[in-house]
Design a protein around this ligand. Structure first.
Ligand code: BG6
Length: 490
């Protein structure tokens, strides 16, 4: 039997980039848009690096202040990078880089400003019509996330975010509205961005205000809200398949690959448990049921998830077509973690890995981990994978003639794309790669502008000063060549 050896990326590999509505659009008071959870995020000098958890755990007082604010200059996600008005220019630049795909999200609050209206907001629908038309004009396939770190603030105040079962039906209505409207324009969909992150940042991901609950009940609250998101995700899969038969719809995981600090079997077990816990979120959406280790965990912690009749059937019947994920770093764990050096910036913190370099924001850089993660996920699920976020936040400096020589960024991407190519050669079925982010935007965690990810520089500082002009960085030309050679020249 002759075996086919894979030598590189497939011809139809989808190269591109990823952004989220709340981090780029701005225009938060335009087109009939309602206020969202993201519009509450504050940037102030006093909230320096390392203090960003405060953005995640917001209080009722902060929400009231944000809703009442007349000076909105310290709410950067309300201005984004003005993509709302400049998307044509930005798409032309992505087109110039040769993008085949662009991952965007739809702001729920543009379509249903409060989440509870009977009819969708036509002006909001029209904005995304124009956006998708312009993408298609630039030969860029839209990959659309339904929920990327935002929901109507009205639902936070009226329903405690995703804790209220009612939100499942409201989200379902939103999903159906956009599937019907964009059925001829969008083939690739993602339900929830980093659905696992509700445990790490309840407000950003689930609209949960932790102060409203006692420390004894919060974990139960989070898993209950997550259950509602799982059901909503499965219902979105169902409607997507019915309304757009040729569509592909995936789930999205923050892949937090965890290594054991030593070969002590107890360290190995701990690392195994961490990885198992990370996979819980994709297990439910890909296999269609809660894994038994989670049922044991819930029982031991006295967590009781209220399920409606039919929920298990919905989860089982409407599993996703592909697994998309973000990969920024790997983690290390140890039974002796208390006595070891830590890294602070990593999404989930943890023990320092002495073999890895870090970014300025303390995220450990691990390209080989991406190959391991890809192989491991494909071994586990045997469904197509999609890298929908990978990139490095860094400070960029404007040189003479406004040049930006970002060799550090090129080197980050070189390492990761090389290892991704190895995984493809290992036999992993990978549909595409969207870098985070192809253009500088507002940071999700810190609301800074100074933490730059793009191949394209945006002239704006943390306070919103600047011309908003777009400039091509050195990495722009490098990525353009990667795409032109289908990943042969890295
Ligand atoms: C991912 C999010 O977790 O990380 C993005 O999906 C986010 O929205 C990205 O921007 C990078 O994180 P940050 O905090 O540096 O913007």
């Amino acid at each position: 039997m002759s075996k086919q050896i894979i030598t590189g990326f497939p011809d139809n590999f989808l190269w591109g980039g990823a952004v989220a509505a709340n981090q780029v659009e701005g225009g938060s008071d335009q087109g009939g848009k309602g206020l969202s959870t993201a519009d509450m995020a504050v940037y102030r000098d006093a909230l320096g690096r390392g203090e960003y958890e405060k953005h995640y755990s917001i209080s009722d007082r902060q929400i009231q202040d944000a809703i009442a604010a007349t000076d909105i200059s310290c709410y950067p996600k309300r201005r984004g990078i003005d993509f709302y008005h400049r998307y044509k220019e930005d798409l032309a630049l992505f087109g110039e880089m040769g993008f085949k795909v662009l991952r965007v999200s739809i702001a729920w609050t543009r379509i249903f400003p409060n989440g509870t209206e009977d009819q969708p907001n036509e002006e909001g629908l029209r904005f995304y019509d124009d956006l998708f038309d312009e993408m298609i004009k630039n030969n860029i396939e839209p990959l659309v996330t339904l929920s990327h770190y935002e929901m109507p603030i009205h639902l936070v105040n009226e329903c405690n975010g995703w804790l209220d079962r009612k939100v499942v039906g409201l989200f379902e209505k939103f999903a159906i509205s956009v599937f019907e409207r964009y059925r001829n324009k969008v083939k690739y969909w993602i339900t929830f961005n980093e659905i696992d992150s509700i445990i790490r940042h309840p407000f950003t991901t689930g609209g949960i205000v932790p102060d409203r609950f006692s420390s004894g009940e919060i974990e139960n609250v989070l898993y209950q809200a997550l259950h509602h998101q799982f059901v909503a995700s499965a219902l979105a899969v169902k409607h997507c398949h019915n309304i757009i038969p040729e569509s592909k719809i995936g789930c999205m995981l923050t892949r937090l690959l965890t290594y054991a600090e030593s070969c002590d079997p107890n360290d190995m077990l701990l690392a195994h448990r961490e990885n198992q816990l990370n996979y819980f979120f994709s297990d439910v959406q890909i296999r269609g049921y809660y894994p038994s280790h989670m049922n044991r965990r819930f029982a031991e912690k006295n967590i009781q998830i209220a399920m409606e009749q039919g929920d298990e059937e919905i989860l089982r019947q409407h599993t996703v077509d592909f697994l998309s994920f973000s990969y920024y770093m790997s983690l290390v764990t140890s039974i002796n973690a208390d006595k070891m050096d830590k890294v602070s910036g990593n999404i989930a913190g943890g023990v320092k890995n002495p073999y890895l370099e870090k970014t300025e924001w303390d995220w450990q850089i691990d390209p080989v981990g991406l190959r391991i993660a890809l192989n491991d996920m494909y071994d586990r699920y045997q469904i197509p994978l999609f890298v929908v976020e990978n990139g490095m936040g860094a400070t960029d400096t404007l040189g003479p003639d406004n040049q930006i020589i970002d060799d550090y960024r090129i080197s980050y991407f070189q390492g990761h794309i090389r290892e991704m190519r190895e995984a493809v050669k290992d036999g992993v079925e990978l549909w595409g790669y969207t870098s985070w982010a192809p253009i500088d935007l507002i940071s999700a965690s810190t609301s800074e502008m100074a933490k730059r990810y793009g191949f394209i520089y945006v002239d704006q500082d943390n306070y919103g000063n600047g011309t908003l002009n777009r400039l091509r960085k050195k990495s722009f030309y490098w990525y353009q060549n990667v795409i032109a050679t289908n990943g042969e020249e890295i």
